[in-house]
Design a binder for this molecule. Structure first.
Ligand code: SF4
Length: 496
């Protein structure tokens, strides 16, 4: 089996899910698995010996590397054009779990939801039925919960949601990793805040916590190999034992150990002196705070119930703990956003700059991308020109205040939206994009060649009654809930 990561080895070596699944499959008896990256030069297992290929699919544009891999190894891009003697190919990860439809003609099957357990079951079935016709293997695979086999035409697919019975960690610590020599472990999965646009939250409901004892065991294991650990989770401080985890690390640092610890992100309510102190002691240099929008009105609409006072408190704590700056994350082009909301970002920055002289503030913005299986999936993106004007204005105003601001490319975000709300008609489009070089211009010219109305996917706001290509994926809490939640959030747009 080849287990493909559509990026360079350095990224793969910092990808917790990929490495953990690799380890789980590698432990199965009678399975020879090899990791393949975009910069792999030669393989240990010959192409002719391969029965199964698994692909990690984390980012919308991963398809480009996947096509490159298929082309390099002389496999047809479409499953229907591959021979019965070719290996079965499947993909898993957040992109295909939310909406596999643009890729349904490429892979033989998908894993929808959490990959632990089901990957092993899939590999066992493929191993047992190794010499049987593909159609027979696929029918068997389609019986598994969370496995989507397009050729079997299922009416509904239930996303796999795993109890966190173990604390998963990177089984390989590499100096060549993007985070070199770092032991990464997962403290919790998901985020209970359910911001209206957030796939990380909706795809991983309900929030689940690894057991405290198992986390400590994993930390002990990691620290016996390296002094760098990274704790992962979208809402890490929601873990009921998070303070105790921090205390445990702090105690070891105080006893003379040189430990570097970092966390993926902090919520504003977790900017407590205890937590921030531990992080600073453990070498964390920068803290980031996602405020998403400048006005409290818009934050309410997106379900980010964060007040300006909380932002001030967070900066107070950061300052008192000896940090010199903080980075904010925000989004522009959110549903119901007006110019006033943009002005509010600037006004907020002015107030903070005045109050916290000498404290460094910076901003990172992205533009809103509607994601399948979230309450904002129905909302189209704002027109590109107006987003670019907003970006330019924000950058200029913030720079004048001495605040660095980076803003993601509205053009790339547009195509991300096309893919995230795409359907099966996009497969030929994706192939054409690849053939034309995969750059921004290729997305545009491929659409022209194949007469694909990309605005329909990215910019159009769909009525709630419209049937969506990914409706058959039951991610829980389900479409009805998403409609109600979407309506509830938008109804707050005009409340002062
Ligand atoms: S707080 Fe962050 S991770 Fe949680 S739902 Fe909101 S954007 Fe997503």
């Amino acid at each position: 089996m080849w287990f493909v990561f559509p990026g360079p080895e350095a990224f793969a070596m910092s990808s917790l899910g990929y490495l953990w699944l690799y380890k789980a499959i590698d432990m199965l008896e009678g399975v020879d698995i090899e990791r393949i990256y975009s910069d792999t030069k030669t393989t240990r297992i010959m192409r002719e010996k391969i029965n199964l290929i698994g692909f990690s699919f984390t980012f919308d544009t991963d398809f480009l590397e996947i096509f490159k891999f298929l082309e390099h190894n002389k496999f047809s891009f479409k499953a229907s054009e591959r021979k019965d003697t070719d290996p079965l190919m499947f993909a898993g990860g957040p992109v295909v779990s939310a909406n596999p439809e643009p890729y349904k003609k490429i892979f033989d099957f998908f894993i929808i939801g959490d990959g632990e357990g089901v990957n092993e079951e899939v590999v066992e079935i493929c191993k047992t039925l190794k010499n049987r016709p593909k159609s027979e293997v696929l029918s068997k695979l389609a019986e598994l919960e969370g496995v989507y086999v397009p050729s079997v035409h299922p009416a509904k697919i239930i996303k796999r949601t795993k109890k966190l019975t173990e604390c998963i960690y990177t089984p390989i610590i590499s100096g060549n990793a993007f985070f070199p020599n770092t032991f990464i472990l997962e403290v919790e999965r998901g985020c209970a805040n359910r911001c209206g646009f957030c796939l990380a939250s909706y795809l991983n409901l309900p929030i689940r916590f690894a057991e405290y004892e198992k986390i400590i065991e994993a930390i002990d294991l990691g620290l016996s190999y390296t002094n760098k650990i990274a704790l992962l989770g979208a809402q890490i401080t929601a873990h009921p034992g998070f303070n105790d985890i921090c205390k445990y690390i702090e105690k070891r640092i105080d006893a003379g150990e040189n430990i570097e610890m970092s966390v993926s992100s902090l919520r504003v309510d977790s900017f407590t002196p205890e937590i921030v102190n531990t992080l600073v002691k453990a070498g964390q240099k920068n803290l980031t705070l996602a405020i998403e929008a400048g006005s409290e009105r818009l934050r309410r609409v997106i379900n980010k119930n964060l007040t300006e006072n909380q932002v001030h408190n967070a900066i107070d704590v950061a300052k008192n703990c000896g940090l010199h700056g903080i980075k904010f994350y925000g989004m522009i082009g959110l549903p119901t956003e007006t110019q006033e909301d943009i002005e509010e970002i600037i006004n907020l920055s002015k107030r903070l700059k005045k109050k916290y002289k000498g404290f460094e503030l910076s901003f990172g913005f992205s533009t809103f991308v509607p994601k399948a299986n979230t309450p904002f999936q129905w909302f189209g993106r704002e027109d590109e020109k107006s987003l670019e004007a907003k970006s330019k204005y924000l950058k200029k105003e913030l720079h004048q205040l001495g605040i660095q601001a980076s803003i993601s490319s509205a053009k790339w975000d547009y195509y991300q939206a096309v893919l995230s709300r795409g359907d099966e008609k996009l497969t030929d489009y994706l192939i054409e994009v690849y053939k034309q070089g995969g750059k921004l211009g290729a997305f545009k010219s491929a659409a022209r060649v194949l007469k694909i109305d990309t605005d329909y996917y990215a910019n159009k706001t769909y009525p709630y009654v419209q049937k969506l290509p990914w409706d058959f994926i039951d991610t829980k809490p389900g479409k009805e809930f998403l409609i109600k939640e979407s309506q509830r959030l938008i109804s707050q747009a005009n409340i002062d």
